[in-house]
Design a protein around this ligand. Structure first.
Ligand SMILES: [Zn+2]
Length: 446
């Protein structure tokens, strides 16, 4: 490992695979990805530590396997250690457009990150077979932040992530197309999520990622922490518990993403993750000579402090905390067998999307009232949505009433027609598209 004063880097990366550990007994498979962003080496260094520690242990004490690989090799090897990606953000690249290019074009015609994608996709196709597999994608942040998990809210993911004493962020995949974990969930039908363990250059970020890998190996029954082959100086769960502080096991929902428009964007000094912000009164950043104030109240999340910023990158997010009761109610509703049949019949302004078995359309005027948090409660994911304008309460009620009356007309008609709703309008560009989440609909491969 070459060390640059004040920061750490990986040594020159030649192989995608960092290492693998295969137990003598059958069991689950954990796949760890580090440095999907070139300026985030902590995950790679943590994986190296775990694989190093396990390489000398008795395989009969390991059930299942661990594989770790490097995400963006080109960006890791770039001369400037701040290089996050060469041309396109690799963790925004798993989109239909790039996937089609990769499926049809030779290497020479692909962009640098598309070549990385092809190699990652081939590796995953070779590795993922029968049995339970979980993929964790390890990242670090530019601004100081307690470690956290970012996941798609499914019952299967909740069951795994429950073992990590960390805060959890839901809904990033609705704001950011092309995330690796989203591709993995929907292509391979397995649990996958992101862990951010702290700031890029903080050595505690490597400790955090290492603790996450050990805890997940324990959760999946691959390498137990208690009575396993490794003596831990500090219990990895304790490491995570201490780092999470007051945020441990709190769950937040993403409500807003602000994208960078101008390369001169700067987060104001002192603004930190999980700090409370108030609508139209808390200044967050500056861009193009203007101050950006919070467009809604909530908690600030991942304000961008990267030295290199490009238009389209995230400026910041706003999240809100979800209560235990709300999450439990949501789990209960998702388990109900009647959901798929009755949601489009009972919810006003919601109808099936013709030609798409699992998708529903939501009229935009009803979306003003039936906000995204209610759709999330029912286990729906927003596949297409437009920002909801902030309307005063009386105007919102008027919108709701109008939409409700119109929807009731359709609904009465629909009930008599066995839910066909022949009179409903065809799909419009402004309709929201929602769908039950893949892993709630079809449980992961085990
Ligand atoms: Zn990252």
């Amino acid at each position: 490992m070459s060390v640059i004063p004040g920061r750490f880097r990986t040594s020159v990366v030649r192989d995608r695979v960092i290492g693998r550990v295969v137990g003598a007994r059958p069991g689950a498979r954990l796949i760890v990805v580090g440095a999907l962003h070139g300026n985030e080496p902590a995950g790679v260094l943590a994986a190296q530590r775990v694989i190093g520690a396990l390489s000398g242990s008795d395989p009969s004490r390991i059930a299942g396997s661990l594989l770790a690989f490097v995400g963006n090799i080109g960006a890791c090897n770039a001369p400037d250690p701040d290089t996050r990606y060469i041309e396109t953000d690799l963790n925004r690249s798993f989109t239909p457009t790039h996937l089609l290019r990769i499926a049809t074009l030779p290497d020479d015609d692909l962009a640098p990150e598309e070549r990385e994608m092809r190699s990652i996709i081939n590796l995953l196709n070779d590795e993922i077979g029968q049995g339970q597999t979980v993929l964790v994608d390890l990242h670090t942040t530019s601004a100081p932040s307690p470690p956290f998990v970012a996941m798609e809210d499914t019952l299967a993911a909740r069951a795994i992530v429950r073992s990590l004493p960390m805060p959890v962020i839901l809904g990033l995949e609705e704001e950011l197309p092309g995330l690796l974990f989203d591709y993995v969930i929907n292509t391979h039908r397995m649990v996958s999520f992101i862990v951010e363990s702290g700031q890029h250059d903080d050595p505690a970020s490597i400790d955090g990622h290492e603790a996450v890998i050990w805890t997940l190996l324990d959760t999946l029954g691959i390498v137990p922490i208690d009575g396993g082959p490794i003596e831990h100086a500090v219990d990895p769960r304790e490491v995570l518990h201490r780092a999470a502080g007051a945020h441990e096991r709190r769950v937040y929902d993403v409500r807003h993403r602000e994208a960078i428009v101008d390369e001169d964007y700067e987060t104001l000094p002192g603004r930190t993750t999980f700090e409370r912000v108030r609508r139209l009164s808390t200044p967050i950043g500056r861009q193009g000579g203007h101050t950006l104030v919070a467009p809604l109240s909530g908690q600030l999340f991942m304000p961008n402090r990267q030295p290199i910023k490009r238009p389209g990158d995230d400026a910041y997010f706003i999240v809100r905390e979800l209560s235990r009761g709300w999450l439990n109610l949501s789990a209960r509703l998702r388990r109900s067998a009647w959901m798929d049949t009755w949601t489009p019949r009972l919810l006003p302004g919601v109808r099936r999307r013709p030609g798409h078995e699992h998708e529903l359309l939501v009229a935009p005027d009803i979306a003003v009232v039936l906000k995204r948090q209610l759709l999330h409660l029912l286990g729906y994911r927003l596949l297409r949505h437009t920002p909801v304008p902030h309307l005063s309460r009386p105007i919102r009620l008027l919108c709701a009433l109008r939409a409700l009356l119109r929807a009731l007309g359709h609904m009465t008609f629909g009930l008599f027609r066995g839910g066909e709703r022949a009179a409903l309008p065809a799909e419009r560009e402004e309709d929201w598209i929602i769908a039950r989440r893949t892993l709630d609909r079809e449980p992961p491969v085990r």
